[in-house]
Design a binder for this molecule. Structure first.
Ligand SMILES: Cc1cc2nc3c(=O)[nH]c(=O)nc-3n(C[C@H](O)[C@H](O)[C@H](O)COP(=O)(O)OP(=O)(O)OC[C@H]3O[C@@H](n4cnc5c(N)ncnc54)[C@H](O)[C@@H]3O)c2cc1C
Length: 422
């Protein structure tokens, strides 16, 4: 019998027969995996070291069609649905967390204005204006490889958590809006062609309300747009998430990524839209596990060919990691599979549970991998320490941070809508 090939496993994370994926899904996901292994992995070290944005990855993604993965087929994209996109993104996350996370910010501008918006009730007038506008965005991506960022977060965090109106405001004027505000952690800052911001549409004298949240693409080269601040974080260094300042920026009406008032409707009717940060971290969890297995078998490329697999303590640790990984994958797969409009309460609670589990377990599995593989495996010439640092960022990502997920799962399990103890 032939021995299995040495090295790190790059088998699909979700085998198409076991998870009942169609051949078309399997093909697209395999394409993402190949791209991750061949293009992203070799460049990941440098961008992590230097905290620079991997622009060449995105140029190559344009050539591969991956920038348009969620643009509908009839508009010229690959037409991936939520589940297919999530599975492809997890495969990219295995090879470069920072690229997968930044790609997610870009893809959401097409997924949310595409499939999600299709599922929302709109008047014929809104629908036709939206269809016309999103074509402009799609065409920029398809023809020019334009990149869209997604800076929602602001100082204080309550708006991005969904608890208050955004402080960044858009004042309606003839033909568009005048935008003022400040966004923190703008992944793709300096590299994006458009910043897909969330802001509050507010006319003079009007009270700021979350109902008036507007999803607007601010052209990066518009006068009044400035990127400031340094970027030297623990992990996800290649996202280059600096601060975005917007000072009296004129943004034309056509830059609306959703019609006015529809973002809040989407957030209520399609809550899984906020699960899109999780695929990257699902991929990181798999990468940490695959690394540990290859390492303990003495097969990790470039590592001393020393086997450690014969020790019972190592076997137990690997068993624990595998159980955590399987639990994480099963729950996450269920959540991404049932993503859609108007989910039931158990489905929403499951989505929070999946987000919490992926974000916490990715880092816990990476920490265990470091412990079980030993000091050599922490050296910077191996990817494990980067996976560990990158995976630490997941739990702090708004709006579904680990704490917010816990808070909602607890409260919504114990209270039905309208119930109180007062
Ligand atoms: C690598 C990286 C890339 C990022 N990229 C982007 C991006 O592209 N776009 C973007 O919009 N943001 C991005 N973020 C920002 C991220 O989503 C958070 O907004 C940011 O980490 C919040 O930092 P903060 O210090 O302001 O924390 P705070 O918002 O102050 O939160 C600190 C803690 O308080 C908790 N908390 C906050 N609000 C509430 C609440 N209402 N209820 C209960 N608990 C709460 C949180 O769980 C968190 O643990 C990125 C962050 C990182 C680390």
């Amino acid at each position: 019998m032939n021995a299995p090939a040495a090295g790190v496993s790059d088998a699909p994370m979700f085998a198409h027969d076991a998870f009942r994926l169609t051949p078309a899904q399997a093909d697209l996901i395999a394409r993402a995996r190949r791209f991750g292994r061949e293009v992203l992995a070799p460049r990941a070290v440098q961008h992590d070291r230097e905290a620079t944005f991997p622009l060449a990855n995105f140029r190559d993604m344009h050539r591969e069609g991956l920038l348009a993965i969620c643009i509908p087929k009839e508009a010229g994209g690959l037409g991936a649905d939520f589940q297919t996109y999530s599975l492809a993104a997890a495969e990219l996350g295995r090879y470069c967390g920072a690229t997968a996370l930044s790609w997610n910010m870009h893809v959401c501008s097409t997924l949310w204005s595409g499939k999600l918006a299709d599922d929302l009730p709109m008047s014929a007038e809104d629908r036709s204006a939206h269809d016309r506008r999103r074509r402009l965005h799609y065409d920029r991506i398809l023809k020019d490889g334009s990149l869209y960022a997604q800076p929602f977060s602001e100082d204080g965090g309550t708006a991005a958590a969904g608890a208050s109106a955004f402080g960044t405001e858009a004042r309606p004027v003839d033909g568009g809006f005048i935008v003022n505000g400040r966004k923190i952690f703008a992944s793709l800052s300096g590299a994006a062609d458009y910043y897909g911001i969330l802001c509050t549409a507010r006319a003079e004298g009007e009270v700021a309300s979350r109902r008036n949240t507007l999803y607007l693409a601010v052209p990066a080269r518009a006068p009044g747009v400035e990127v400031t601040g340094e970027w030297d974080p623990l992990g996800m260094r290649g996202t280059v998430s600096r601060t975005l300042l917007l000072k009296d920026v004129f943004v034309p009406d056509d830059e609306m990524l959703m019609p006015r008032g529809f973002y809040m409707l989407a957030a209520t009717r399609w809550p899984h839209m906020f699960l899109t940060l999780s695929p990257t971290y699902m991929g990181l969890a798999q990468a940490a596990f695959d690394f540990a297995v290859a390492w303990l078998r003495g097969e990790y490329p470039g590592a001393p060919p020393v086997r450690r697999r014969m020790f019972a303590v190592k076997q137990l640790a690997v068993a624990e990691m595998r159980i955590m990984l399987e639990q994480t994958k099963a729950l996450w797969f269920q959540a991404i599979t049932e993503a859609g409009p108007n989910p039931s309460k158990p489905q929403v609670l499951r989505a929070y549970a999946a987000q919490h589990t992926v974000m916490e377990n990715a880092n816990a599995i990476a920490a265990k991998a470091i412990r079980v593989c030993g000091g050599h495996a922490m050296l910077k010439r191996f990817p494990l320490e980067r996976i560990y640092r990158d995976s630490r960022c997941g739990a702090v990502m708004l709006p579904w941070t680990a704490e917010i997920c816990l808070e909602r799962i607890g409260r919504e399990t114990l209270y039905e809508p309208g119930e109180s103890d007062a």
